[in-house]
Design a protein around this ligand. Structure first.
Ligand SMILES: [Zn+2]
Length: 412
């Protein structure tokens, strides 16, 4: 059925081209059919063929601001347990690596997650997604990485596959077996790399459980050389490369992302100018994760360095139980402004069109253009600046995925 949105105070297109240019259309209308946008523009320019649609086919935006469905292009969504005690320790001054060395950190979540069953994890993921939809999030990249052995890494990807069948949210799966070296391989890390390259990647690819392969490169995780080996193996099996790069120190991982034409390099707080240049040339999307910088009280990425270099800069939550225990993408966008120096318009592009690029979905989602999926959000705010300026209120009136309502605020 052909359907139409009318009475939007303004519709924010988020075209891919120019940093900070959102292509806002005042008094807009949008038409879709079979979940795909067919027409978008000023209501007064609506083609006559759409003027006679029956009332039940028309969605009244009631003067809200319409933005594309938000894309969270970096999450660690499936995990068991939380780590709020470590949060309290860090507030007292303990550092991330110190906690990890004492048996906390990622490995603690690995222990909890290995013990959890598929059904339990699916329900938890669905619970998170339900709350994310209320924030206007319609596409989510989700990583494994708390299994760290063949059975448990595949289990986590299977959790996402099953959850994906039970939610309207679009899920994109990434294998992150190279998150950290699991305890049983601590003294034989090369054997763990052997397991990743010889078994986990081939099986994840063969079972079509993942689209991307990611590696956490940093002190306490993997080296650039190890990452090259894992990502090249992933590429051979059809998994596109992503990287956790230069979060805690400048390791050269961003350069590796450029060398391998990774779809994205994420974190990048400590990358240098050469890496930025190389990523710009290679067309790698940079992903800012300011919630992690805030929680770890570490140096945030300097957005202007990347934008001026011509690198598309996405914004994501990095949702995980340690360094970023929030899936609030609006908060991430606000922090991208206040900590990283993006404008609100750039931050919104970062969580829509650039985030879509960071997961290879820019042809489908991330902007409200003809031919793309009708994923959109109705907001009770006067403009984009206000959306990221006055935090704390419940501004999402409704969320649509593929032209279908997946959330309506009860008071709306
Ligand atoms: Zn991450």
């Amino acid at each position: 059925m052909t359907r139409m949105l009318v009475n939007a105070a303004s519709l924010v297109v988020c075209p891919p081209d120019t940093p900070g240019v959102l292509g806002e259309i005042p008094d807009a209308a949008m038409v879709w059919d079979a979940g795909i946008i067919r027409w978008v523009g000023r209501r007064r320019d609506l083609p006559s063929s759409y003027r006679e649609l029956p009332a039940e086919a028309v969605v009244d935006a009631e003067q809200s601001l319409v933005i594309p469905g938000l894309v969270d292009c970096h999450t660690h969504l499936a995990f068991a347990g939380w780590r709020e005690d470590e949060f309290a320790q860090r507030c007292r001054g303990a550092d991330y690596l110190e906690i990890a060395r004492a048996g906390g950190g990622i490995l603690r979540t690995v222990e909890d997650t290995r013990r959890a069953g598929v059904d339990e994890l699916v329900l938890r993921v669905l619970g998170f997604l339900q709350q994310m939809v209320r924030l206007g999030i319609t596409t989510v990249e989700c990583k494994s990485g708390y299994g760290l052995d063949l059975a448990n890494e595949l289990k986590l990807l299977e959790v996402y596959r099953r959850a994906g069948r039970r939610t309207a949210v679009r899920l994109v799966r990434t294998l992150l077996a190279a998150h950290v070296v699991p305890p049983e391989f601590r003294t034989r890390r090369s054997e763990y790399l052997e397991l990743i390259c010889g078994e986990i990647i081939p099986q994840a690819a063969e079972q079509r459980l993942a689209s991307f392969c990611d590696v956490f490169v940093d002190e306490g995780a993997f080296t650039v050389e190890e990452a090259r080996r894992v990502l090249v193996t992933g590429l051979r099996h059809g998994l596109r490369a992503k990287l956790h790069a230069d979060q805690l120190s400048n390791t050269g991982a961003a350069q590796l992302a450029a060398e391998l034409h990774a779809v994205s390099a994420d974190h990048l707080e400590h990358s240098g100018a050469e890496a930025r240049q190389a990523m710009a040339r290679a067309g790698v999307v940079a992903v800012a994760l300011p919630i992690a910088s805030l929680y770890l009280r570490q140096r945030p990425l300097v957005a202007r360095d990347w934008i001026d270099m011509g690198v598309p800069l996405a914004v994501a939550t990095d949702f995980n139980p340690g360094s970023a225990p929030s899936f609030d993408l609006r908060l991430a966008m606000m922090l991208a402004c206040t900590l990283c120096g993006m404008t609100p318009a750039e931050a919104l592009q970062g969580a829509t069109i650039h985030a879509a690029r960071a997961i290879g979905m820019a042809e489908e989602v991330g902007s409200l253009e003809v031919g793309k999926r009708a994923d959109f959000v109705l907001l009770d705010v006067p403009n984009v600046n206000h959306y990221l300026y006055h935090l704390g209120s419940d501004v999402v009136r409704a969320t649509y995925v593929g032209g279908r309502s997946v959330y309506q605020r009860s008071s709306a």
